[in-house]
Structure formats: C-alpha cells, structure tokens
Design a protein around this ligand. Structure first.
Ligand code: ADP
Ligand code: MG
Length: 227
C-alpha cells in the first residue's frame, strides 16, 4: 500500500440525523483512507451507516462534522457545481436497483454521462461505449432495453456506465443485493478484473459473505463506527 496514491481521506467524519432525544449518529467519528486500485468492502448490519458513508463519498449528502479530501483536495459540500463536477468526472456510482433509464438501450445508457459531459464527438462516444460493452461482456446486448436484460446484465450496464468517464473510484451500495448467487459471483469477478486492469478503486457496501471474500481491503461498521 505504501507507494499508492491516496484517493480519498475521511477525517473524523460524523453524520447526524434528527435532534436531541431523536438524534441518530449514522456515522460517528469515522476516519478512513482509500488508495488507488483499492477493492474495499464496507460491511456491517442494516442501519450501521454503510449507505450514509457511501453517500457522503458520492457527494450526495454532506457530513455534519469532519472533513473529506478527494485526491488531496478538501471537499466543500456546499459548492454544488464543484460537487456535480466531481461526480461526473471522478466518481462512478452503482446502485442496488441498477437505475437504468428504461427508454434507452444498453449502449445509450452507458453513453449518458458522455452526453452530459459533451467532450467527445459522436464517433468517440460510439467507440467508448463499444469498449465498455466488451469489457462487461455485453457486446451482443448493445441494442437491448433494460426490460430485455436480466438483473445481472442490468448491473453490468450500470457498471459500464459508472466507468465510462474513467473515474478514480467506483462507489457501489449493495450492488449484488438484487442478484442471485451465480450473478453475484460473476459480477464480483468482473469488478475485480476491471479493478486489476485499471487504477480505478472500487468501494462497495455489503452484508453478504459471498461478496466480502472478493475484497482486498475490508472495513466493518457497527452503529456508525469502524470496528
Ligand atoms: P445501512 O446502509 O448500513 O443500512 P444507513 O446509512 O442507511 O445504514 O443508516 C444509518 C442510520 O441512519 C440508521 O439508523 C438509519 O435509520 C439512519 N438514517 C439514514 N438516513 C436517514 C435519514 N435520511 N433520516 C433519518 N435517519 C436516517
Ligand atoms: Mg444501506
């Protein structure tokens, strides 16, 4: 780990919900470093703070206290433009329920971030989407719509979409929770291969032992604290 660049650093991060007697410490003084090429699982029972942690790293919610550094830069959670920019360029997010756009086919779904980013011409966008379809083993399904894809295939499209802008890190909140054992194993193996081939770090939450065994690094949460 020594010579690897630190991508994310959380320092004494707290996230509270509610007030006084109804105060919930969803994250309670969490400090964590994530290096490039990490393959890190955040595990813990339901309610332990996994989603809160990932949502803070994805700039979807802000910490109540503490600091988050991304590639050495302190994150200003009130700067919405900067956060949106980071989310588009540096971070890929994979959701438990895939969140594909139903009226777009697999290839078009993968291209959505490129449409927002507007820095490639049509040929380049076409080539990039084809590369990713191949990387996730879905070249033949390029024209299929989400309703014509299995759960495992939908999650592959979502992973390809998360990777399309070459992010430093992929955040995945229980990415295999809606998949059967075979698809869970296949998706994890594929993510590990993608992780080996690139510098992209993967951080994913799970409470599934089949998933935890693929991790290179492990963090466990209990009641909002790292144990
Ligand atoms: P996990 O993903 O591990 O199940 P969460 O991060 O979703 O855990 O939740 C951690 C704690 O914070 C839980 O007690 C949950 O009820 C609480 N919590 C999460 N989101 C909210 C919210 N928007 N408002 C109030 N409480 C919340
Ligand atoms: Mg959760």
């Amino acid at each position: 780990m020594k010579n690897k660049k630190i991508i994310i650093e959380m320092k004494n991060v707290c996230r509270h919900y509610g007030k006084e007697h109804s105060l919930v410490k969803a994250l309670d003084n969490v400090s964590l470093q994530v290096h490039e090429k990490s393959f890190l699982t955040i595990s813990g029972p339901s309610g332990s703070g996994k989603s809160t942690l990932l949502n803070i790293l994805g700039f979807l919610i802000n910490p109540t206290e503490g600091e988050v550094f991304f590639e050495g830069e302190k994150m200003e959670y009130h700067d919405y433009d900067e956060m949106a920019d980071f989310r588009l360029n540096k971070i890929g997010i994979v959701f438990q329920s895939f969140n594909l756009i139903p009226v777009l086919n697999a290839k078009e779904n993968i291209q959505v971030p490129l449409m927002i980013k507007k820095d490639m011409n049509d040929n380049e966008k076409d080539k990039r989407a084809d590369e990713l379809l191949e990387a996730v083993g879905l070249s033949k399904q390029a024209r299929q719509y989400p309703t014509q894809l299995s759960g495992g295939e939908k999650q592959r499209v979502a992973i390809a979409r998360a990777l399309v802008c070459n992010p430093s890190v992929i955040l995945a909140d229980e990415p295999t929770a809606n998949l059967d054992t075979k698809n869970t194993e296949d998706i994890l193996k594929m993510m590990r291969e993608l992780n080996e081939k690139s510098d992209t770090a993967f951080i994913f939450s799970t409470h599934d032992s089949r998933v935890i065994k693929y991790a290179k690094e492990k963090v466990q949460l209990r009641d909002g604290k790292i144990v």
